[in-house]
Write a protein that binds this ligand. Structure first.
Ligand SMILES: Cc1cc2nc3c(=O)[nH]c(=O)nc-3n(C[C@H](O)[C@H](O)[C@H](O)COP(=O)(O)OP(=O)(O)OC[C@H]3O[C@@H](n4cnc5c(N)ncnc54)[C@H](O)[C@@H]3O)c2cc1C
Ligand code: SF4
Length: 325
């Protein structure tokens, strides 16, 4: 790991000042569970590291008429034990509990999970391994090993919480030197593995807002990974549904880890809205899901077993959110 200068600002203004002063050479450090391994592998080598762990305003969870506001520095272990989340926002509650290990979740933050870098087996290797291959697009080269002939990077955004937050229509607040903006969370992702986040240098994500949900609305999160523990998801899926006497009023289905950005299955959502929920309808939608995911992922291919897992997860997720409590 290269030497760097380390800062621990006490408030957001001091953090923003440091980011502005050092520009592209500075990186934010939250829990460090993603950033530090990347630095050790030489995947990124910032000259200045700004640790935001001491900023008290980023560690709060507050509720008002807008919804539940979760500070970016809230650890995932707090969310997996949070009583309001367990009852009303089960998608995020469950997704938080899937990340890594219990000890990792004590330091890993929600903000860090939302701003996670994309992953790729060809690029996320130690330097000695990487030297055996010509650099790919992400490392300044001209080729992609995942999609031969591809002109964009298809590394995967494998965060557990992102699809859960998308399904719940969460918003994020981003602070920059001259103000702040609050945007729907899907607006944070570009879908391009080279620059997956629509954050510029000098910007800081301060909180995640979960909207107040109508009574009876349900959310769920499911994932598939090769190993049952300490493994990133191969597919992750967030679900939300609101019904009125068995008729679907609103629904959202979001998939993660299949592409450099999360995927909303909007055409399937449109098929469900206004319909009486039946097993036959859910089966039909889940069988359509891989085709829709493939169209939105822009990678041109999804392995056959992954397509089957998408169908499986979408069917079980929709079944769960459509069942009465
Ligand atoms: C063994 C292991 C297993 C893991 N398993 C999983 C898993 O199953 N699922 C999963 O989703 N992740 C997993 N991770 C990745 C990581 O631990 C989590 O994603 C974690 O939530 C990242 O949060 P952090 O606070 O540690 O972020 P950091 O590592 O501190 O930061 C991650 C990135 O986000 C940026 N960032 C952080 N906070 C902000 C902010 N407020 N504003 C703007 N940018 C910010 C940082 O600059 C950095 O680029 C695993 C990691 C390890 C080492
Ligand atoms: S997907 Fe991206 S990181 Fe992976 S080989 Fe292709 S260009 Fe490189």
């Amino acid at each position: 790991m290269r030497n760097f200068e380390y800062f621990e600002p006490k408030d957001v203004n001091e953090a923003l000042g440091l980011l502005s002063e050092h520009g592209e050479k500075a990186t934010l450090l939250a829990g460090g569970t993603d950033l530090i391994p990347r630095m050790k592998k030489g995947l990124i080598s910032p000259s200045y590291v700004v640790n935001i762990a001491q900023i008290a305003s980023l560690q709060k969870i507050e509720e008002d008429q807008e919804g539940l506001k979760i500070g970016a520095m809230v650890p995932l272990s707090v969310l997996e034990r949070h009583p309001v989340l367990a009852v009303r926002y089960s998608a995020l509650h469950r997704a938080s509990g899937h990340v890594g290990t219990p000890s990792l979740r004590n330091v890993a933050t929600l903000g860090g999970n939302v701003c996670l870098g994309t992953r790729c087996i060809y690029a996320d290797q130690v330097q000695t391994w990487r030297r055996t291959l010509e650099p790919c697009l992400k490392r300044g080269g001209e080729r992609c090993y995942v999609v031969p002939g591809g002109k964009t990077c298809h590394s995967s955004l494998a965060s557990d919480t992102i699809p859960a937050l998308l399904a719940m229509d969460a918003k994020v607040t981003i602070l920059f030197p001259s103000g702040q903006r609050t945007i729907p969370i899907h607006g944070l992702y570009t879908g391009d593995g080279l620059h997956p986040l629509k954050l510029t240098h000098g910007e800081l994500l301060t909180r995640i807002i979960l909207p107040s949900l109508p009574t009876g609305a349900r959310s769920a999160y499911l994932r598939y990974s090769f190993r049952k523990a300490i493994d990133f998801p191969l597919i992750s899926a967030g679900f939300y549904m609101e019904q009125n006497e068995g008729v679907c009023v609103d629904v959202r289905i979001a998939l993660g880890a299949l592409a450099p950005g999360p995927i909303r299955l909007s055409p399937l959502e449109e098929q469900l809205k206004g319909e009486t929920i039946t097993t036959k309808l859910l089966r039909h939608c889940s069988e359509e899901a891989p085709k829709e995911a493939l169209r939105s992922s822009r990678s041109g291919r999804i392995l056959a077993f992954v397509r089957r897992m998408i169908t499986h997860l979408v069917y079980h997720g929709l079944t769960e959110v459509s069942e009465p409590r």
